[in-house]
Structure formats: structure tokens, C-alpha cells
Design a protein around this ligand. Structure first.
Ligand code: PLP
Length: 420
């Protein structure tokens, strides 16, 4: 048996696979009990679980609805009623002039990015190699292996701004963006996984202007953003232009098992995504759409995001920050990215004598799972990020608060030795 070159690339393993594997083993209960500060699994929020249970019950009691959900293929673009409901919601909430033509459903955001990155990156008709540019790297680990073309993803280093004794933030280095003709799209997750960064409104507007000027799409990954799930603790700008493409997922609202996301962009992009869906998967799963459709029609999904999901994660973030203040060594030069959104703290240990990979191993041996930062620095040459890529780890605060506190205490003990 011989795998193709492409097969080998896709099957060669990746940061995301290592992460999912570690998580899977820890959750399977076979290894030692783990403090799970690694994964991106959303928390199980009791109020949201009640909503899902109620919606499932309503579906079971609605024979035609149940038949449509279980026994009928939707069109590849997605369920027309659900798509219309999202278009109306975006009109109402943000005043975006979108219709059903702007929207296509995909099996989760991960697949949406696979489609979009390969729609825009790779060899073009004129023989050039199209690229997706990430204006701030580190970026979401799950993008790293998604271009079918080697070299199809490129990153840019951000500015690093120290904002307090133990705080910093990344900012786009607009002078270094250097958009050549090979850049066919830009992409940013906002709030960002892993750093929790939220672009300031002026920064977002400026980035959108750069995309417009170059006539390339700006892909905005709203996995944690507005209007759902709303895991946002800072002001953000829900921007719409002929060049913006938003990806909105149901996962962090609490429905990762339904594998449902929406691409909202120019009609020809939504239509291309729908064609790619037909080729690769025929149609989407119907469950997620059936569950949330009435919640979109009534606007309940926005209320739940603002009043339940957002505040739930904010409280968890605050507890994690309090544990850090208590357990991290005040006299050591550790820095946390400003935690503006998502469910992670991004820890930077400038000048540490151990790499983030060594720290990960030490923590794992003590029963604490984090994610070593190096996997988030794809699309950059090793030299360009010198030490920074080996000095960061991602800590999730989505899990049980006692586990988060116990894990943070152990991380504090380990980083106290990191500069010795
Ligand atoms: C920033 C970001 N984008 C996309 C995804 C993909 O999520 P899903 O495929 O479940 O929608 C994730 C999942 O963790 C994420 O953190």
C-alpha cells in the first residue's frame, strides 16, 4: 500500500491530533486523573443543557419535524428555514444586509475552514501559488494542516505590547503585513484561540480596509464571538463588507456534538461552499439546525449568549485569574495575554530556560494538561519567531473550577523554576 503525497501530508499527524489524543485518553479515564486545562471542549452549562433537553423533547413530540431531522436529506447548502432564520437574525442584530444567498451550512467550523482555505489557497490558473495570510500568529492550532498545498498558509508576527506588570497583548503589525499578489485571503479568529485576543474596533476596521483595498476576503472566525456564543469580555466590532466572510459555529454554545457551523459571506462564496459540501458530504447533519432554528427565529439564541454563556465564562475566567494571582510567583517575569474572550489564558515566559514543550511534559507528569504553544505558530519560519514560540502555553479555564485551581497551583510551582 502506498499513500499519495497528499495522503501522507494529511495523515502525518498534527498538533490538533496530538491534542485530541491527549484529551481523549485523559477523558477515557484509563491514565492518571488529569486536570484538563488543555482542550477546547466547551463547558457543560446547566441552563444550556436544559435548553437542549427541552428542544430535543419538542422535536420528539413533533412527528413531521422529527422525520425531517432524521430521515430527509437537506440541500447541501443547509436547511432553508434555518438559513433564513440566521439571515433575519443578522439583519436584526447587526443591520447586515444578508439574505439566504449569503449563507451556507457546514459540518462545524473546522470543515468550513478546510473548504475556505482550499477555495482560496493553492496553485491558481496563472501558475502562482495562492496563500492565506494570518495577520497575527499564534493562531488556532486547527488551521495548521488545512491547506492541501504545502506553503499555502503564511503568518505574520504581531507587535507585542506590554500592558501591565504581568500582562501583554498582540497587535497587528500593519507595517509588516506586506500583502503580495500571492495573498488570496486573510484569516483571523476573534476572540482568538489561543491568546484570547479581541481586535479593538479600530484595528478590525483597519484590517477590513486592507482587505478591501487588495480585493481579497477577510475571513473572521467567530467560534467564540458574536452573535453566538458571545464569549466576549471586551468590545468587538461585528463588521460586514463585500469582502468579509464570517464563520459562526454552534460548538462553543454547547453543541460541538452536532457539528454545525454557518459560513456567511458573498453569495458566490456561500455557493462555492455549498458545492464543496455536496462533493465531500452530500448534505449536512440536520440536528444542530433543528435544535437552534426556533431559537434563532425568536432571538433566544442571542439572549442566551449574552445572559448565560458569556457571563458563565467570564466568571470562570475571573476565578482562574484569581488563582493565578494567588499561585503564580510575583517575582518572576511571566506574562498573560489580556483575556478579552474565548476560554483560554495564554501564558508567556520570556527568557525561560525550559521550552514550553518541556513545561508541558513536566506538567503532564504531575497530572496537568495544557497545550504547548509551538503548535500555534504555523506559517512562520522558525527563525522569525526566535524564542517566542517556545515560551508560551495555552491554559483552558472551561473545565471544572476545582480542577482549574488545582492545575493553576501546579503550573505556578513549575514556572517558579522555569528561569533557574
Ligand atoms: C478558533 C476556532 N475555530 C474553529 C474551531 C472549530 O470548531 P468546530 O469545528 O467545532 O466548529 C475551534 C474549535 O475549538 C476554534 O477554537
Amino acid at each position: 500500500m502506498k499513500f499519495s503525497q497528499l495522503g501522507q501530508r494529511l495523515a502525518a499527524g498534527s498538533g490538533i491530533e496530538l491534542l485530541m489524543d491527549d484529551l481523549g485518553h485523559a477523558l477515557s479515564g484509563k491514565g492518571p486523573a488529569m486536570h484538563m486545562l488543555g482542550g477546547g471542549n466547551p463547558a457543560h452549562i446547566p441552563e444550556m443543557e436544559e435548553v437542549w433537553a427541552r428542544r430535543m423533547q419538542e422535536l420528539v413530540n413533533d412527528a413531521p419535524g422529527l422525520r425531517r431531522t432524521l430521515a430527509i436529506y437537506d440541500p447541501p447548502r443547509g436547511n432553508p428555514r434555518c438559513i433564513a432564520a440566521l439571515a433575519d437574525l443578522l439583519n436584526r442584530e447587526f443591520g447586515w444586509p444578508v439574505t439566504a444567498e449569503n449563507i451556507a451550512v457546514t459540518p462545524g467550523g473546522q470543515t468550513a475552514f478546510f473548504f475556505l482555505f482550499n477555495l482560496f489557497s493553492g496553485p491558481a490558473e496563472d501558475g502562482t501559488l495562492g496563500k492565506i495570510l494570518f495577520p497575527i500568529t499564534p493562531e488556532y492550532i486547527g488551521y495548521a494542516n488545512q491547506s492541501l498545498t504545502e506553503g499555502g498558509l503564511v503568518g505574520r508576527q504581531p507587535l507585542i505590547i506590554k500592558t501591565g506588570p504581568h500582562r501583554f497583548r498582540y497587535q497587528i503589525d500593519f507595517d509588516a503585513l506586506a500583502l503580495g499578489p500571492d495573498v488570496r485571503a486573510m484569516c483571523i479568529s476573534c476572540p482568538t484561540n489561543p491568546s484570547g485576543n479581541v481586535l479593538a474596533p479600530a484595528e478590525m476596521r483597519r484590517l477590513a480596509d486592507v482587505a478591501s483595498k487588495h480585493h481579497i476576503p477577510l475571513i473572521i472566525d467567530n467560534a467564540y464571538g458574536a452573535p453566538f456564543p458571545g464569549i466576549l469580555f471586551a468590545e468587538s466590532l461585528p463588521i460586514w463588507s463585500p469582502e468579509t466572510i464570517h464563520v459562526m459555529s454552534l460548538s462553543k454554545l454547547g453543541l460541538p456534538g452536532t457539528r454545525t457551523a454557518f459560513v456567511v459571506g458573498p453569495p458566490h462564496v456561500a455557493s462555492a461552499v455549498s458545492s464543496m459540501m455536496a462533493v465531500t458530504g452530500l448534505a449536512n447533519g440536520n440536528f444542530g439546525q433543528s435544535i437552534v432554528c426556533p431559537l434563532m427565529e425568536s432571538g433566544e439564541i442571542v439572549r442566551l449568549s449574552r445572559e448565560v454563556v458569556g457571563p458563565y465564562y467570564r466568571a470562570k475566567r475571573d476565578k482562574a485569574l484569581a488563582a493565578i494571582a494567588e499561585f503564580f510567583p510575583e517575582d518572576r517575569p511571566y506574562f498573560l495575554h489580556e483575556p478579552d474572550g474565548a476560554m483560554f489564558l495564554w501564558l508567556w515566559l520570556p527568557g525561560a530556560r525550559i521550552t514550553s514543550r518541556e513545561l508541558y511534559d513536566r506538567l503532564k507528569a504531575r497530572g496537568v494538561l495544557v497545550v504547548p504553544g509551538e503548535y500555534f505558530f504555523f506559517g512562520l519560519s522558525e527563525a522569525s519567531t526566535d524564542h517566542h514560540r517556545h515560551e508560551c502555553v495555552r491554559i483552558s479555564f472551561a473545565m471544572d473550577e476545582d480542577a482549574a485551581r488545582a492545575g493553576i497551583r501546579i503550573i505556578g510551582e513549575e514556572i517558579a523554576k522555569a528561569w533557574d
